[in-house]
Design a protein around this ligand. Sequence first.
Ligand SMILES: [Zn+2]
Length: 633
Amino acid sequence: MEIDYEKIGLKVGLEIHQQLDTSTKLFCNCRPELFKEEPEMTFERRLRPTQSELGQVDPAAYFEFQKGVRILYEANKATSCLVEMDEEPPHQLNLEAVETTLTAALMMKAKPVDEIHVMRKTVIDGSNTTGFQRTCVVALGGEVNVGEKTVPIQHISLEEDAARRTGEAEDNVIRYRIDRLGVPLIEVATAPVIKSPREAQKVALAIGRILRATGKAKRGLGTIRQDVNISIPHGALVEIKGVQELELLPLVVKYEVQRQLKLLEISQELRARGAKEEDVKKEFFNVTDAFDETKCNVLRKALDENEQILAVKLPKFKGFLKQELMPGFRLGTELSDRARFWGKVGGIFHTDELPAYGLTEEEMKKLRETVEAEDQDAVVFVADNPENVKDALKAVVERAQEAIKGVPEEARAPKPDGTTRYMRPRPGAARMYPETDIPPIQITEDDVGKIFSQLPELPKQKLKRLMDEYELNHKLARQVLDSKYNKLFETIVKESKISPTTVAAFLTETLKALKRDGVQTDKVSESQFRDVFSRISVGELTKEALPDMVVWLSRHDKKSVQEAIENLGLKTISRNELEAFIEKVIKDNRSLTKERGENSFGVLMGIVMKELRGKVEATLAIKVLKEKLKQKI
Ligand SMILES: [Zn+2]
């Protein structure tokens, strides 16, 4: 389905969150890193929102806490201390992070605030041990340029990252790891002026490049996360939280527009058929008897465990639940997601997908009779304990009423294929109140002047310079710009006599290919790369040896470049040795050269390079072989 986004009036705003690679966390001296091992300690909490906060908190989070959910926090000593555990007040705001945020802000022409005030933003899903997230606005306004377009920035803030969820809720316990809690995050919020999926990606890319140009942005999956606000006229504002891959962004926007357009169409058709919100009632029927002989495994199991099967009637909904909103995602899926979320049930059954799952026509007939369903009605039923079933069906009814109305406002989570799933209702504007443990920080004109005088090159300027100064083509220059080795590239080129194009292609394309083959190229240090290139520069190593060197070094921690050369037998050979070797190859293949003359070059070159790969420059070997071959013939 091709959509004219301009015509339908799509509006997208982005909130980009970038983790900073500072030496410590935002409010303590712990390292801002994640750990993979088993936790060294765990502790449990139950957060209780106070009465005054109830009006402001996320209703979904509050609902969970009403249900008595407890939280198990996992920690180790290197990445967390008493501050993350909320046993000690936060320390002074990390000035390295403030400086980096100011740098990014000035690069985006934003206006720094006079005084930074750390605020608390209520969060009760357990992702913060305190029950709030600390955040501070560092600059207001600003803009980024994307092609011809100027996208206004609303604000640039600095905040603490939240703990990361390490497991789904089991037995009413949610697991969080607090290593990520307190990692500095820059938040950049754009105005909702983005008009197409492609443009959303371009804007995110442009902002990401500026953040990386500060030299303090963390890299890798999960270090940059995008919240996307999407709306179309007559639809609703939907927030898609935490898109991690830039490539996914256009698809996420496209599918959300598709979903909203389809929901609007369904709403119109439902109303045309006479569906009314007030006719969809929270009236639940016990239909357990309809299934007492059932062959459906799920229902059989529920009945054996003495659980109940309750049903609800959705008047005039027949046929609509199987309509597709996004690939592999129907209106029925939407109802089912709500039921799972609010009712903690495994899923729902609905008559648009039945008979199936071992259910029979006969059972469907009994079901319809019990709930007194008319021909055009759909019926949804759920088997679980009575409390969960009721919560699930209530959620189904509410979602069905919204389907008659149009598109509900909500927060959704992205899936790896770009489709999204219900996450929770859209929280109202979070209430902020001052963090009294941290004094405000003044930002003087001197501070701003100092940072301004050392502002990094803008990505656009750097791209141009890479092309002008090093004669890189546009594609390679772009790859260098986006590479974490962009500084290393310039260092190596200045230190060695190797062509910039060779260095650039190696640091981007070759390393990427090796990585794809499973080589852990990150284990090779920048100083090792410099060492390898300086040896190539003086003829001690050949360019052809580069991939082998990287593979070896990545597999041998703490070994030197010298040891790699020795172990790989990569010492280059002299011109005399090369000539002698080539003469021997020609001699050994006398019959071939006699028969084919100069046409035997290809075969002979293959033999030479098989033996000498990495020990001699290919261009030199070609030259010598051609000369010798001519002499012999
Ligand atoms: Zn700490």
